[in-house]
Design a protein around this ligand. Structure first.
Ligand SMILES: NC(=O)c1ccc[n+]([C@@H]2O[C@H](COP(=O)([O-])OP(=O)(O)OC[C@H]3O[C@@H](n4cnc5c(N)ncnc54)[C@H](O)[C@@H]3O)[C@@H](O)[C@H]2O)c1
Length: 252
């Protein structure tokens, strides 16, 4: 029970990595505020947590809307009296296309959700944590922040941006007991990657990279890293980029 009695807000909690992290936090004794634009998926996450005997509340939240993000944070503080952990995880992959093929109207949603959405979460999360005595923020970046992923140029750019936000905020708030770290999942078995599998048919967008370890990562394995970074067991760790990638980034 490494996060017993902590209050955790998790975005993108209706699916994949966010859902598994919400379940893992609840299993380990946290009260969870699960946020997502997908209300049906969010309700399913809450149902799974409650069936397992955990505590969770869903807040429908579009992370591109600062008012909605502020409301998400307020809900945690009003419902559970605190904010200890914030996992800014909601993200989209955008189109699968070489850079010059991206249409103008495909660029903004990727920046708005993956980068500005994380910024808003941090802004309102930090405000609350300053008032409640500190906490831990974890942002979902990607191995695509460290290497190129063909067909996903703007996605990679936003994930580099997430690491920039993480580093700057980590040093700005280190003396306020607020830690800020990123997780960098490698290819992880979630609906996002299943969509990607379906799309990658042309030679130019094929993904030839593989992890050093066999197989693909599971969302539960990313959730474990997020659990550690949200717990007091990582209380000296801030400003880091923790890859959960089966050795992908270490590979030649
Ligand atoms: N799956 C992978 O291989 C992989 C690898 C590296 C990084 N990531 C990152 O992990 C995170 C989670 O991805 P996943 O694989 O679980 O994908 P997923 O598609 O299964 O889940 C993403 C969730 O984010 C939600 N979301 C999308 N836009 C939103 C918005 N505007 N406001 C609130 N919620 C919104 C979706 O409804 C969905 O529930 C993303 O940031 C993604 O970029 C995934």
């Amino acid at each position: 029970m490494v996060v017993q009695d902590k209050v955790a807000v998790i975005t993108g909690a209706a699916s994949g990595i966010g859902r598994e992290t919400a379940r893992r936090y609840a299993d380990h004794g946290a009260s969870v505020v699960a946020a997502d634009v997908d209300a049906n998926g969010g309700a399913e996450t809450i149902e799974l947590i409650k069936t397992d005997g955990g505590e969770a509340t869903f807040v429908e939240t579009d992370v591109i809307d600062p008012t909605a993000v502020e409301n998400m944070i307020e809900t945690a503080v009003e419902t559970y009296g605190d904010l200890d952990v914030l996992f800014n995880n909601a993200g989209i992959e955008g189109p699968l296309a070489e850079l010059a093929e991206w249409e103008d109207d495909e660029i903004d949603p990727v920046i708005d959700i993956n980068l500005k959405g994380v910024f808003y979460g941090m802004k309102y999360g930090i405000e609350a944590m300053l008032a409640t005595g500190g906490g831990s923020i974890i942002n979902t970046s990607s191995v695509g922040a460290a290497v190129g992923i063909n067909g996903r140029s703007m996605y990679c750019a936003t994930k580099v941006g997430v690491n920039g936000l993480t580093r700057a905020a980590a040093i700005e708030y280190a003396r306020d007991d607020i830690r800020v770290n990123s997780v960098l999942p490698g290819t992880t078995d979630t609906p996002m990657i299943h969509r990607s599998d379906d799309e990658r048919q042309s030679e130019r967008t094929e993904l030839n990279a593989s992890d050093a370890m066999e197989g693909r990562g599971k969302p539960e394995q990313v959730a474990e890293a997020v659990l550690f970074l949200g717990s007091d067991r990582s209380d000296r760790i801030t400003g880091v980029e923790l890859a959960v990638d089966g050795g992908f980034l270490a590979s030649p």
